[in-house]
Design a protein around this ligand. Structure first.
Ligand code: G3H
Ligand code: 13P
Ligand code: ZN
Length: 310
């Protein structure tokens, strides 16, 4: 099918009140795991790469592997830059086959964020590429940026409207209580749906909103990691019922990276523990690929509801 933009998939998702999974990809096995899952579930998907993913796997490898996935599967796949830090990285991605970029100006003040986002939007739209922006701050670790919990602030709904009007960005990541990584909540998991509702009521009808830091830290996977030697105690993600609720209230892109990392870790640790004689990377990377694929399928069918929407 080839790589597509997120325009059509977001429109359908918003209208149908379901969400599209945006999975971070860092290597071939992760890309293949997602490809297998979307082919089997007939679901559109976003494969996204961060600048650290580009640094690790290198640009041409990631682009060409995602292209291969989009040719092999017969479902819409978007290739997206996650947390683009400046105009230059967005430009490089736009010029080299990405269908979507995120410019993350959330660390700047409102006017600077508007100016930077608008510059990227103008460049991208001239070339038929879509842009995600971010307003408000997530607590925790964000790509190379460290935003302390004290600085975290929810998205201001009135500012969200002004931001979208001034920048013409195609989707907006909002801060409503999630954070990146495996430790999202100290007490009971809770998102600010009042803030989300206010944002959706002010923005144009069916405007696409994005939820970062949306891994669930699936208890069985975490347990498997820890059982086989990991030390990730007390990790907690966004429960699946809360994600379903978010999708029904206007979130149409759900970002997942941590759950993929945990699944890969669980599968490899288990094989190393149970089959210590194994040293063929195809065996343990293959086991990791299978488990990631199961997790992605589960999310598509039971949490996001994007199955059979390709
Ligand atoms: O939002 C952050 C993503 O999980 C990407 O993380 O910069 O370590 O690739 P990374
Ligand atoms: P998680 O750390 O919850 O997987 O979030 C990933 C993300 O938001 C990527 O941009
Ligand atoms: Zn993110």
């Amino acid at each position: 099918m080839g790589i597509v933009t997120t325009k059509e998939m977001f429109k359908k998702a918003r209208e149908g009140k379901y969400a599209i999974g945006a999975f971070n990809v860092n290597n071939m096995e992760i890309i293949q795991a997602i490809s297998d899952a979307v082919r089997e579930t007939n679901s559109p998907v976003i494969m996204q790469v961060s600048s650290s993913a580009i640094k690790y796997a290198r640009f041409p490898y990631l682009i060409n592997m995602v292209k291969a996935a989009s040719e092999e599967t017969n479902v819409p796949i978007a290739l997206h830059l996650d947390h683009g830090a400046d105009f230059e990285i967005c430009k490089t991605c736009i010029d080299n086959g990405f269908s979507s970029v995120m410019i993350d100006g959330s660390k700047y003040d409102f006017d600077e964020n508007v100016a930077l986002t608008k510059r990227v939007v103008d460049y991208a739209h001239d070339r038929g590429i879509v842009v995600e922006a971010e307003l408000g701050k997530l607590s925790g670790i964000e790509d190379d940026v460290n935003v302390s919990e004290a600085d975290s602030s929810y998205t201001n709904p009135e500012q969200a409207l002004e931001f979208v009007q001034k920048t013409n960005c195609d989707s907006l990541a909002v801060a409503i209580g999630t954070s990146h990584g495996a430790y999202k909540f100290k007490g009971e998991p809770k998102l600010r749906f009042d803030v989300l509702d206010k944002i959706t009521s002010l923005l144009p009808e069916n405007y696409p909103l994005v939820l970062h830091g949306a891994s669930s830290v699936i208890p069985e996977i975490l347990e498997k990691c820890n059982k086989y030697g990991a030390e990730i105690p007390g990790a907690q993600g966004v429960p699946e019922n809360i994600l379903r609720e978010a999708a029904s209230r206007g979130i149409c892109k759900v970002n997942v990276d941590t759950d993929i990392r945990l699944a890969m870790t669980a599968a490899i640790r288990e094989m190393f523990a149970l089959e210590p004689a194994t040293f063929d990377p195809r065996k343990y990377m293959g086991a990791a690929r299978d488990l990631i694929s199961e997790i992605v399928k589960h999310k598509i069918i039971n949490v996001f509801g994007s199955n059979d929407r390709a």
